[in-house]
Design a protein around this ligand. Structure first.
Ligand code: FE2
Ligand code: FE2
Length: 144
């Protein structure tokens, strides 16, 4: 099952850069809360959104995606966690925005903006695309 390499690399880079940041006081507490949510959130995306996105090219080119049953499982799991993942984005956004406003978190601001952009891209394009891919694969698997 092919994963979406570009998104996986973006996760790794974001996580690597975030882990190098040390914040104190209130900003440090907000940061720790955000990282706690983010670690499980990235993991969930890598198990659901990414495999489905990895099949988009095949679907667009009308090639039969490999390992269809695993993709159907990823789709079922994504549908079951979609609302939770969106609410995690809201929580991440809230924590990141509070840190951006905190003067003591200056060194993290640019990275937090990258993270906000990442979440917006996922909500506007990548999550809906993964859902569409899942629907197509499921329809296809039901028609066999
Ligand atoms: Fe992500
Ligand atoms: Fe996300």
């Amino acid at each position: 099952m092919s994963e979406l390499k570009a998104l996986k690399e973006e996760h790794e880079e974001l996580m690597h850069n975030l882990r190098s940041i040390k914040l104190q006081g209130d900003a440090g507490r907000l940061f720790r809360d955000m990282m706690h949510i983010l670690e499980a959130h990235f993991q969930a995306e890598e198990e659901t959104v990414m495999p489905l996105l990895g099949a988009v090219k095949d679907l667009a080119e009308e090639t039969f995606p490999q390992q269809e049953s695993q993709l159907v499982d990823a789709f079922t799991k994504l549908k079951g966690t979609y609302e939770k993942m969106l609410s995690e984005h809201s929580r991440i956004r809230d924590l990141a925005n509070r840190m951006i406003e905190d003067k003591s978190a200056k060194k993290a601001v640019s990275l937090l903006h990258d993270l906000l952009h990442h979440a917006a891209m996922e909500e506007e394009i990548l999550y809906p695309t993964a859902l569409l891919a899942g629907r197509l694969i499921k329809k296809d698997s039901n028609s066999i």
